[in-house]
Design a protein around this ligand. Structure first.
Ligand SMILES: NC(=O)CC[C@H](N)C(=O)O
Length: 312
């Protein structure tokens, strides 16, 4: 056991304990009815370091709905399939607006600002779908996530997917609007079906931190040493997570935490410490931008205690 890992384990445990007791937890997303039932008192934190050692605290083994964190995995997969052609369908700039916003699409010919807002992720999902049946595309995404996490038990929460399918009118509007510009090309119900289902993947903090390891280690899968993506691609995905991973809260996250991160409305955040660690946190209460309130605070504390901000 290294001294650094001992420090990390203690920090993770103490932060999880402190966060469990916090009264001000933000509010759970309720626009997806199934997510409204989640207990806001839950809190989990997990870190996997460069040697594969795991530090876990609180509810680090409880599965939750990863929601938009899946957008990191679909982007990685789509880049593997389409390479830089992907950037014809989606941009690489922060949006400065809400995750489900439609306004920019009209001015920018249906091309979403980045792959991490809903419109961008729907366009990426459409690309993964091309030439496949929805079931095959979804199977591909799930297999990829299981491979990254080294965990075959990862599942899709069908109740969450069905709940969003019933109520995802805003996402349907985004998909239809992009289809009118030819940015989405498959039947809308297929593209959205795959999108809602990959958002409904359920993972624990431990599984998520494991799945993020390749981004902390130059694109290599640490267990096998195989390249999941090139070092340049890993660097670029991290850059997008830093600039766009928290929507209109991305500036604040960079300012406070100083790490590439991707949030989801299930209250999870995946954060990457390049060269050192992959981190995952879960606290279901959200701030007004739809990012985990205590999740960000916990990562801010951890990053400060470990001296991990990429800005020195
Ligand atoms: N920010 C999020 O996690 C949003 C994902 C959610 N499935 C939606 O499309 O609204």
């Amino acid at each position: 056991m290294s001294a650094e890992f001992d420090r990390l384990s203690a920090a993770v445990r103490e932060i999880a304990e402190e966060m469990k007791a916090r009264p001000d937890r933000g509010s759970v997303a309720d626009y997806i009815p199934e997510l409204a039932h989640v207990d806001p008192g839950r809190f989990g934190l997990c870190a996997v370091d460069a040697e594969g050692r795991v530090a876990a605290g609180g509810d680090a083994d409880a599965p939750f709905s990863i929601q938009s964190i899946s957008k990191v995995f679909t982007l990685t997969l789509a880049l593997g399939m389409a390479g830089d052609r992907l950037w014809r369908r989606v941009g690489r700039e922060p949006s400065g607006s809400a995750f489900n916003s439609i306004v920019q699409l009209e001015h920018e010919r249906g091309v979403p600002r980045n792959p991490f807002i809903n419109a961008g992720a729907i366009a990426v999902t459409d690309l993964i779908l091309s030439g496949h049946q929805p079931r095959e595309a979804l199977g591909e995404i799930l297999r990829f996530v299981r491979f990254l996490a080294d965990d075959e038990t990862i599942r899709i929460d069908e109740a969450v997917a069905a709940s969003e399918q019933r109520t995802g009118f805003r996402n349907a509007a985004l998909a239809n609007y992009m289809r009118s510009f030819g940015v989405v090309t498959n039947p809308i119900e297929f593209t959205l079906g795959v999108y809602f289902h990959h958002c409904a993947i359920a993972m624990s903090c431990r599984q998520l931190a494991m799945a993020g390891r390749f981004l902390a280690h130059g694109g290599r899968h640490p267990a096998t040493g195989h390249a999941v993506v090139s070092p340049q691609r890993a660097r670029r995905i991290n850059a997008l997570m830093l600039t766009c991973g928290h929507y209109d809260g991305s500036g604040e996250f960079a300012f406070r935490v100083g790490l590439p991160g991707k949030s989801g409305v299930g209250g999870g955040v995946l954060a990457i410490v390049p060269g050192r660690a992959s981190l995952a946190v879960w606290s279901p209460g959200l701030d007004p931008s739809g990012n985990s309130h205590l999740g960000r605070e916990a990562l801010e504390m951890l990053s400060r205690r470990m001296g991990w901000s990429i800005f020195g």
